[in-house]
Design a protein around this ligand. Sequence first.
Ligand SMILES: NC(=O)c1ccc[n+]([C@@H]2O[C@H](COP(=O)([O-])OP(=O)(O)OC[C@H]3O[C@@H](n4cnc5c(N)ncnc54)[C@H](O)[C@@H]3O)[C@@H](O)[C@H]2O)c1
Ligand SMILES: [Zn+2]
Length: 367
Amino acid sequence: MTRAAADAVHLHGSRMLIGAGLLDACGPELHATLQRRRLAIISDSNVAPLYAARLAAACGTPSPTVLTIPAGEASKTRQQWSRLTDELLDLHFGRDSAILALGGGVVGDLAGFVASTFLRGIPVVQLPTTLLAMIDASIGGKTGVDTRHGKNLVGAFHHPVLVLADPTLLGTLPVEQLRNGLAEAIKHAVIASAPEFVWLATNGRAITRTGGPNAALADQLVRRNVQIKADIVARDERESGVRKILNFGHTIGHAIETLSGFAMLHGECVAVGMVVEARIAARAGIGDPGLPEMLIDVLRQVGLPTAVPAEMSGDAILEATRSDKKARDGLVEYALPAKLGMMAGADRGFAIPVPDAIVLDVIDSSR
Ligand SMILES: NC(=O)c1ccc[n+]([C@@H]2O[C@H](COP(=O)([O-])OP(=O)(O)OC[C@H]3O[C@@H](n4cnc5c(N)ncnc54)[C@H](O)[C@@H]3O)[C@@H](O)[C@H]2O)c1
Ligand SMILES: [Zn+2]
């Protein structure tokens, strides 16, 4: 706890603490940040039974109210937002209250959106419980809900006042969810840190073994990835420039995710997307031709897919990338790696238009 506090990462006024045991020991930190605010824990139906009582106990008296949503993306809706805000109003929560978001990215995004709008905005503390939420979703202040027109289309920027990540909570996370987060960790390594890539290639198998990563591995994994994402977001809050590099693997990845009808996990789609986009970079003559094979090697180690699903045609994938918000003037723009740890196109805002013929060709050779 003290070591975690000493290592705090700061971003837009949020303190981010990472440490084993933080869930049970977060009382003093919460009180120092929120003083005597009235607290509501928002969690989901998987996480609440595992961890809400421990968080409530750490908060002390008066005990926080616990509001629970059904687990899963289907809960990230305006209906759940209405239900939660109504419940808070029914319980007479006022401007002197705060939200504790305890869960994965679904809870974090929804509870963050509740906090950003409730009585025009109250503080939120993010307590991420998935690897993806610890190293990605809880950092950067994006909150929101899904709509029938697409994911995350209604939302707000609302930075948490505090992020508390206890990597020991990953011990109960199903392995496919661990892999889901690892895809983003591998992305972080490619875009910003060659040493992190080497570390993942060395430890990937141990991280995904049955029972989850041991405490030391989980701590290092979370700590370094939080630092990478926080550094990138700090350099660019509103996605005008450098933050675009976080889209690596996501242009093709989102297209595959949509075409799978969201049957594939986001991380699985990003894994395939990274392989395809690294090949596009090599084919366009701006990326290291050795990178795709290095990526495939580390993705296989952690059990992530590397090939485009056979049933998805190149045309369908290309068409789906066009409807992605990153498409401008017909040519789809990509965030492409120059080499391990470095993205191409710094002089062009890291957005590189690629001719359709190259994309189609690469997709066809990636099955
Ligand atoms: N705000 C952002 O910047 C940002 C970035 C990336 C992703 N996201 C969003 O995050 C969401 C995905 O987040 P996610 O992958 O964490 O999914 P999730 O929140 O649905 O969690 C995945 C599953 O794991 C369960 N779970 C969570 N923690 C657990 C634990 N410790 N032990 C056992 N089970 C646990 C959950 O109940 C759920 O069933 C998406 O909605 C995505 O849009 C947001
Ligand atoms: Zn992602």
